[in-house]
Design a protein around this ligand. Structure first.
Ligand code: MG
Length: 381
């Protein structure tokens, strides 16, 4: 047959997206070769993955792990992302960890399959400028952006409007008072998607949708006033694009992250996968839509505001949110304090115009420290 084998590095292979990426690779073993895998703390799972996929390179941030895994060599995520033997880099690490390897991959001219939204949010201008310079394609793995990408294929005019769909999370229709009492356990139960902890909490606060608006702005070079959000609780329509003539295209499927992951890996082809549940239209009773509740879920508004202002505001948004989500998950703050802390940080921040990578890193560090400081003291929302 002679199908070319794609040589892949997965950064963040033990997380939710990383594991599901390996699931796709297991389904199509003849199409891929795993060159490298990296993980944060979960060295136990990483060791199992190394045994199964036998990558040349690995890396982990764990303390107690083995340092010599037979046949594999330890290599930093940035070096791995730019390694000459790699064709495609899957950035599956969540939060801040995604930025440096994404840039390294782009600068080395690698195709990037991007699941990490924080890197584009914090440094969208730098990453997209470098991607253009090096002729690199950034293929979105986020389901909404994969949907938009699929809708735009074959079109040669820019969209009149991008409509991101949001499930609304587990607390749709909750009042502000009800939201004050929600627990991490409740917030971690997403009604339609199986995802990692950080993105699941972000989905519950609607911060995730705010980050996705900024992500869409950079991925599709579309101004903020042409990106809308609609709540669609069934999570069947993954996003829509409206064209200048008023026609709208949408991409629909059963909510399963393996689909957008597989599309980024198989692009420009589409491969049949028996493991992915197909839509049963006889049993699909309704697709409903409603406006997002900006009052009870202020994170959406905060993200759009930070995105529009630009500079180092989006980096502060990401860092404050990541810190606040951790504090919520460890029981140190209330669910509603996440938005409160993020708002306070954006208010206090002095942004820089067209920041360098170092300035973005400094804003990030400031925001993390300041969030901890505010959370530990008496802050008022
Ligand atoms: Mg998404």
């Amino acid at each position: 047959m002679g199908n070319p084998v794609k040589k892949i590095a997965i950064l963040g292979s033990t997380g939710s997206i990383g594991q599901q990426t390996l699931d796709i690779i297991r389904t199509f073993p003849q199409r891929f070769e795993i060159i490298g895998l990296t993980a944060g703390q979960n060295t136990e799972l990483l060791n199992k993955q190394i045994e199964e996929f036998k990558p040349k390179f690995y890396w982990h941030g764990g303390k107690d792990a083995k340092t010599d895994i037979a046949g594999s060599e330890k290599l930093s995520p940035e070096e791995l992302a730019g390694h000459p033997t790699v064709d495609l880099v899957v950035i599956a690490a969540s939060g801040k960890a995604g930025l440096a390897p994404t840039l390294a991959a782009v600068k080395a001219g690698k195709t990037v399959a991007l699941a990490n939204k924080e890197s584009l949010v914090a440094a969208g201008e730098i990453i997209t400028t470098e991607a253009k310079k090096h002729g690199v394609r950034i293929l979105p793995i986020d389901s909404e952006h994969s949907a938009i990408w699929q809708c735009l294929r074959g079109e040669n005019q820019p969209p009149a409007r991008i409509i991101l769909t949001a499930s609304g999370g587990p607390f749709r229709h909750y009042s502000k008072t009800e939201l004050e009492a929600v627990t991490p356990q409740q917030a971690l139960k997403h009604p339609s998607w199986k995802m990692g902890r950080k993105v699941t909490i972000d989905s519950a606060t609607l911060m995730n949708k705010g980050l996705e608006i900024i992500e869409a702005r950079w991925l599709f070079d579309t101004p903020f006033d042409r990106i809308d959000v609609v709540v669609h609780p069934q999570s069947i329509i993954h996003s829509m694009v409206e064209f200048p003539d008023g026609s709208t295209k949408a991409q629909l499927s059963h909510p399963d992250m393996r689909l957008p992951i597989q599309y980024a890996l198989s692009y420009p082809e589409r491969w049949p996968n028996q493991n992915v549940t197909k839509m049963n239209w006889d049993k699909t009773k309704e697709l409903t839509f409603e406006a997002p509740d900006m009052e009870s879920f202020p994170c959406l508004k905060l993200a759009v505001e930070a995105g529009k202002r630009g500079g180092t505001y989006p980096a502060v948004l990401c860092a404050a949110d990541e810190t606040a989500v951790e504090l919520f998950l460890s029981g140190q703050i209330k669910f509603t304090d996440i938005a409160c802390l993020v708002e306070q940080l954006l208010f206090e921040h002095q942004s820089l115009f067209r920041p360098s990578l170092d300035e973005i890193a400094a804003a990030d560090a400031w925001a993390r420290e300041k969030t901890m400081e505010l959370a530990a003291g008496a802050y008022r929302c």
